[in-house]
Design a protein around this ligand. Structure first.
Ligand SMILES: C[S@@+](CC[C@H](N)C(=O)[O-])C[C@H]1O[C@@H](n2cnc3c(N)ncnc32)[C@H](O)[C@@H]1O
Ligand code: SF4
Length: 354
């Protein structure tokens, strides 16, 4: 069963930290984009149709999927219906401002069963600092609306390690998410990305591993278990099946402008410039992954999350080093798989084992 990622490259405004592929000035292309996207999707799904297969997960991300009106999704979901069954996880990302009750209701009716809100913080000063368009009140309302409509798998993105962040501020953000009863929290340490407003500014982020440890421990104390560096769930059933699929190195389709997919050792990229994509939605740049690169990716993804990786990916020398790390209590080896005990050390451990 394949995973499917669908990209929506529009946002109502650009946040100061974000380098994601999205446009804030090409709204006249929205309806045409949705038509072209659906055509590309139909083409990509042939691979499943021929084998009478379903999708295990669908993730509609962006950009901001809620910046597209719900009626414009009708054709896309009509097509997807044939590839969804009772177990398919269908996630959509939403911005608290544009995720209106009607929009959320329509998503539920279309078969979406997981909503991921870009909240970032419940503190209005911090939200303005990040260049967010919503305020705290609106974020709370959007989450409560989604719950009233019947969504019972909700994620809340939180950003921390911004200038002026204190442990008190971060814990009050996490407390609020917990109080609202969200089942999943993605807590990202602010990274400075080229091309963003923050990139050229000084002192906007705090580089402090101790703060990451604080966030992890605080979330644990609230009853969220960590299953990847930045991802926490109330229990196993609320872990994102889609993201876990990436970390388990499952194959996935990527549809939409700038989307990425991987089948076997072929990683393919759609055109990321929207006009070029609209002219040529089936064009893909193909990267052929070498066996050794795929091994390194599997090891890194496995060490950053609770999926682990097969011992057989290591050569004899490195298997010995792994047993040494196990003795030191850094990793666990079980049923020929290696599991990391501290995801923050993933990169160092990967380097040591390669
Ligand atoms: C596609 S957005 C989520 C949906 C919607 N666009 C929104 O922001 O409300 C994905 C998430 O990535 C995270 N993100 C993006 N750029 C980041 C950065 N530079 N540092 C940390 N987190 C970042 C934010 O938490 C954001 O909510
Ligand atoms: S964080 Fe979300 S809303 Fe802000 S620019 Fe990035 S994709 Fe758009």
């Amino acid at each position: 069963m394949l995973l499917l990622y669908i990209h929506i490259p529009f946002c109502d405004s650009k946040c100061f930290y974000c380098s994601f592929n999205s446009y804030v000035d090409k709204f006249h292309l929205k309806s045409h984009y949705m038509e072209v996207l659906t055509r590309e999707l139909e083409h990509e799904l042939q691979i499943l149709k021929n084998n009478n297969q379903k999708l295990s997960t669908i993730f509609i991300g962006g950009g901001t999927p809620s910046s597209i009106n719900y009626a414009s999704y009708a054709q896309m979901f009509k097509l997807l219906k044939g590839y969804i069954n009772d177990t398919t996880e269908v996630t959509i990302e939403a911005n608290p401002n544009s995720a209106t009750i009607d929009w959320l209701k329509a998503m539920k009716d279309y078969g979406v069963n997981r909503v991921s809100f870009g909240v970032q913080s419940f503190n209005d000063t911090k939200l303005s600092f990040l260049g967010r368009s919503h305020n705290s009140k609106r974020a709370i309302k959007a989450i409560q609306d989604a719950q009233c409509i019947g969504f019972n798998s909700i994620n809340c993105d939180i950003i921390y390690a911004c200038a002026n962040d204190t442990k008190e501020l971060i814990s009050s953000d996490l407390d609020m998410a917990n109080k609202l009863g969200v089942e999943h929290i993605s807590s990202y340490s602010l990274t400075l990305e080229a091309g963003t407003k923050f990139w050229t500014m000084k002192d906007v982020s705090i580089d402090d591993e101790e703060l990451s440890e604080f966030v992890i421990n605080y979330l644990k104390s609230l009853g969220y278990h960590q299953y990847e560096i930045s991802n926490f769930a109330k229990n196993n059933k609320f872990e994102s099946k889609h993201n876990k699929g990436y970390w388990e190195y499952k194959e996935y389709l990527g549809v939409g402008c700038g989307a990425v997919g991987r089948i076997g050792s072929n990683r393919y990229y759609s055109l990321s410039d929207i006009e070029s994509y609209l002219r040529n939605p089936l064009h893909k740049e193909i990267e052929i992954l070498e066996e050794k690169d795929m091994k390194i990716e599997k090891i890194l993804l496995g060490l950053r999350s609770n999926v682990g990786f097969d011992l057989s990916l290591l050569d004899v020398n490195n298997v010995e080093k792994a047993h040494y790390l196990e003795k030191l209590g850094k990793i666990k080896i079980e049923n020929s798989k290696i599991y990391n005990k501290n995801y923050l050390l993933a990169d160092e451990i990967a380097l040591y084992l390669s």
